[in-house]
Design a protein around this ligand. Structure first.
Ligand SMILES: NC(=O)c1ccc[n+]([C@@H]2O[C@H](COP(=O)([O-])OP(=O)(O)OC[C@H]3O[C@@H](n4cnc5c(N)ncnc54)[C@H](O)[C@@H]3O)[C@@H](O)[C@H]2O)c1
Length: 422
């Protein structure tokens, strides 16, 4: 039986769409066929995405799952089972574990949800699109420029094949954000955009204590967040949402260069791999506009996630966490519409596009926002100003050539002024 989500969780994950058992919903959907969905990367986000996919379309069945680790897959399965047992059809034969699990999942389904650590995304996305599958692709979509170039090429193939490719840049699905950006970009709500400022100030993240049977690589992959090779660093993994919103405020024009700084002030222990704990980036566009990003992951400090868009005759004040969207200036405005669950809306849009046969493709934008974040990291790590084309053509390949459990990757902390741009 499908159990009801607790109210808090329900609001967080469903945006008011009630989960119905498959048989019932197939009848409700008339001639609609079921859509088999496969989840690759069964962690926190992947489990949430699977539940949102289920609630987005009455014909969705979770059909196949893949994870690097059996324990992660099992706990995700148990979590989904608790709420959506009637929409789960994942027998042991369709539970895949290991580095090649993604291939099995892709071969068994119509729609693939990609939610592993970012380093695997270009490879998994290419495999899904080459197999002709629609995709929900979590952000970031790569950790390095070769990955971004691969994703751009894959997005093109998805377009040619008429496949839907939805990204996990969830703020673009938040109704308040959609309304205020429309007001700014289409209705001249603040006049010409002259400056953009974004902050992502947060605390530290989880850490998994080592178990005796883990190899070095397993230990690192279980703690993927702390390794630039696997996560891209926190500017690419987390603050990328703010980078994406900076680009959105400039109507997705590409910045010409980034000048950044950053370092590890409090997260200095080797258990924190090689990522930094703070970055400051100045992006610049062709028209002279600058975009400032400040991001931090340090415990015990002030937290906020704000956007300020300064225009010729107004300022947009945005506090995404508090759902506050306001314009001050010549034409004051305030968002008073509904607050939606952006994660749910992402999936509603994706499955509606699949049902309508009108493929959506967010591939280029998600690749560009990812590269902009990587460009900021490159500048901070090297201490150099990095231009867009330089970043795009970078030959630095952070992805191991092959994957097998054993020795870990080399871990070196970047030193501005010494670390070379590759
Ligand atoms: N849009 C958002 O707001 C948002 C929020 C959280 C996370 N994310 C993104 O979602 C992704 C996953 O984050 P998470 O918080 O769920 O992390 P997580 O560690 O909870 O989950 C990742 C899962 O992937 C599995 N995995 C690792 N390598 C794999 C491989 N090669 N094949 C299959 N499975 C593999 C891990 O074992 C783990 O279960 C990240 O890219 C993260 O940036 C996005």
């Amino acid at each position: 039986m499908t159990k009801e989500l607790p109210r808090r969780e329900f609001l967080k994950t469903t945006a008011g769409i009630v989960a119905l058992p498959l048989l019932q919903t197939t009848a409700f959907a008339g001639a609609r066929e079921s859509l088999r969905v496969g989840l690759i990367g069964c962690g926190g986000r992947g489990t949430g995405a699977a539940m949102q996919a289920i609630q987005a379309d009455p014909g969705v069945v979770l059909w196949s799952m893949g994870d690097l680790f059996a324990d992660r897959l099992a706990s995700s399965l148990a979590g989904i089972q608790e709420y959506f047992a009637d929409r789960l059809q994942v027998p042991p034969s369709r539970q895949h574990v290991g580095f090649e699990a993604f291939q099995n999942v892709i071969s068994e389904v119509d729609v693939v949800l990609l939610a592993t650590p970012p380093v695997f995304r270009p490879q998994h996305l290419a495999a899904a699109v080459d197999a002709g599958k629609h995709v929900f692709c979590e952000k970031p979509v790569a950790v390095d420029a070769p990955g971004v170039r691969s994703v751009l090429a894959t997005a093109k193939r998805a377009k040619e094949k008429g496949l839907s490719l939805a990204s996990g840049f969830c703020w673009r699905a938040a109704f308040g954000y959609r309304a205020i950006y429309k007001r700014i970009l289409e209705e001249s709500g603040i006049g010409d955009v002259r400056h953009v400022y974004a902050t992502y100030l947060a605390g530290g993240v989880w850490f998994k204590e080592r178990k005796p049977d883990w190899t070095d690589l397993e230990y690192q992959l279980r703690n993927w967040y702390y390794y630039t090779n696997f996560s891209g660093d926190h500017i690419v993994e987390q603050a990328i949402h703010s980078v994406d919103k900076l680009l959105w405020a400039k109507n997705d024009a590409l910045p010409i260069h980034a000048t950044a700084m950053g370092g590890r002030q409090v997260r200095t222990d080797s258990k924190y791999g090689n990522i930094y704990d703070h970055f400051g980036v100045v992006y610049e566009w062709e028209d002279g506009t600058q975009g400032h990003l400040q991001t931090r992951q340090q415990d015990g400090c002030h937290s906020e996630n704000l956007d300020r868009i300064i225009g010729a005759d107004g300022i947009a004040w945005i506090d995404g966490w508090a759902n506050r969207f306001e314009i001050k200036g010549a034409r004051p405005w305030k968002y008073e519409g509904p607050v939606n669950n952006m994660y749910q809306t992402e999936h509603d849009d994706l499955f509606a596009s699949i049902r309508a046969g009108a493929a959506m493709n967010q591939g280029v934008k998600m690749a560009h926002s990812t590269l902009a974040a990587i460009m900021g990291r490159m500048s901070a790590y090297t201490g150099k100003r990095i231009h867009w084309q330089q970043a795009l053509e970078s030959q630095q390949n952070l992805t191991p050539d092959s994957w097998q459990f054993g020795p870990g990757i080399e871990v070196e902390v970047a030193v501005p002024g010494k670390t070379a741009f590759l």
